[in-house]
Design a protein around this ligand. Sequence first.
Ligand SMILES: Cc1cc2nc3c(=O)[nH]c(=O)nc-3n(C[C@H](O)[C@H](O)[C@H](O)COP(=O)(O)OP(=O)(O)OC[C@H]3O[C@@H](n4cnc5c(N)ncnc54)[C@H](O)[C@@H]3O)c2cc1C
Length: 431
Amino acid sequence: MMSEFDVIVVGGGPAGTSAAIRLAQNKVNVLLVDRADPPGSKNVSGGVLWGNDLGKIIPDWEKIIPVERLITRKGTTFLTKDSAISLDFSSRKFLTNRTGYSVLRVKMDLALAKKAKEEGAMVIGGVTVDSVARKDGKIIGIEQDGDTITSDTVILAEGANPRVAIDSGLRKPIGDRDVAIGVKQIYKIPEDKINERFNLSGNEGFAGEYVLGYLPDGVEAGGFLYTNKNTLSVGVVVSPSHLRNYGQMHSYDIMEEFVQHPSIARLVEGGRLEEYSAHLVVEGGLSSVPKLYGDGYMIAGDAAGFSFSNGLVIQGMNYAIASGIAAADTFIEAKEKGNYTAKALSDYQKKLEESYVLKDLRTFKGIENSTWSSMAHRTIPDILERFLFRLNLEDGLPKKHILELLLRSVSESGHNKTSLALEAYRMMRRM
Ligand SMILES: Cc1cc2nc3c(=O)[nH]c(=O)nc-3n(C[C@H](O)[C@H](O)[C@H](O)COP(=O)(O)OP(=O)(O)OC[C@H]3O[C@@H](n4cnc5c(N)ncnc54)[C@H](O)[C@@H]3O)c2cc1C
C-alpha cells in the first residue's frame, strides 16, 4: 500500500522545519505537524542562533530569518551576593566573523515554517501527535486522535520532552540528568537605551552568561542576558534535582534572585516585562542520546539529546538544524533505493558522526559534571571574589604579591590547595 506522505516530520522547531525545507527542496512529499498553531509559536530559547547550517538550505538566511542583533560583545560573569566578576570580550572581528545572532523564537520559527511551506511542504499547526503508527514492527506513520496518517519515514523532532518517542518506546524517559529547567523573561527597553547600557551601536549585540554563585542551600543555576533590537532576553537555567533536593526554592524564585542582583537590576531597570516562559533545556550530553534511527524513523534535535553547554554558551538550535538536515539528506538517499529500513537509515548516524553534532558530544563527554558542580558554582566565585577584593582594596597596609594573595584566598575559602588544583585541572580538561 502506498503511504500518504514520503515523510512526516513531528515538530516545527528548528530541527523539524530545517528537515522539512531540505526535503521539500528535493521534491519529497513532506508533512510537518506541530502541536502549536501557528507552528513553533510556543517555543523558547535564550537565544543566540549559531546559524551557519541554515546557509545550506536558505542561502540568504540572515535576510529571511528575522535576526535581532549580531553578537559582538560576549560576557562571562560569576555573580556572588555582593560582586560580579566578569570576563568581557568585545571585538570588531565579530563584525566579519559571526559568533551568532540574537533571535526571538516565535518570529524565527514562523519564518522557518513559512519557508518550508513556500518550498512545497504541507505544514499543519494545532496537531498534537499521540504516537507513531506501526505495522509488522515497522513504523508506518503517526497516530493522532485515533487517526493514522501514513508515511515511508517519520522524523521525530518534538523537542526536549519527546513524549511521542518515549511513549512509542523509541527512547527512555527523560530523567533529572538529561535536562535542566529554563525560565525566561523578555523586557521591552528602547533601542537607544540598550545601546547606551551595553556599549553597543547599530545592530551590535551583547550575549552574557552568568554563574549564580550565591543562591541559598547550595542550589546551582546559570543565568543569561541577551540583547535584542528593543528587548532583552533574560533567564536562568537550573537543575531539577537541585530544586527538589535542596532548600525551598522554586525556579521562579531563582529568576527573581537573578533579575534583582544589583549588576543585573541596573541593566533591566525601567524595562516592561512582556513575556514569561519556561522550558526544558537538554543538558545530559552523550548519555542522553537514544538510538537515533530504526525501521522507518529518525530522531533529531533536542528529542535526540543534541545540545552543548560549557557555562560560556548554550547551544541547541545549531545542533537541531544540522541534525534535521542530516535526517532529510538520509531520507533523500534512501528514497533513491526505495528502502527505509533501519539499515538504510543508519546513514543518519554516520552523517552525524562525521559532523560536529556527534563529534562535539564525544569530545565533551562528561562536561555536564563540570558545569553542574559546586566547584563552578561556589568554589571559583568565592575564591575569585576574595582575591579580587583584596587585590583592589586600599587599606593602608603593605602590598602583597599576587600569588600570595591568591593562595591566601584559597586557604580562607577552606579548600585544600592540592585537591583544588587537581579538581580545577579535571574541570579544564573536560571543558
Ligand atoms: C531557556 C533556554 C535557553 C536556550 N538558549 C539557547 C541559545 O541561546 N542558543 C541555542 O542555540 N539554543 C538554546 N537553547 C536550546 C534550544 O532552544 C533547543 O536546542 C532547540 O530549540 C531545539 O530545537 P528542536 O527543533 O529540536 O526542538 P524545539 O525547538 O523544542 O521544537 C519542538 C517542536 O515540537 C513540537 N511538538 C512537541 N511535541 C509534539 C507533538 N506530540 N506533536 C506535534 N508537535 C509537537 C513543539 O510544539 C515544538 O514546536 C535554549 C533553550 C532554553 C529552554
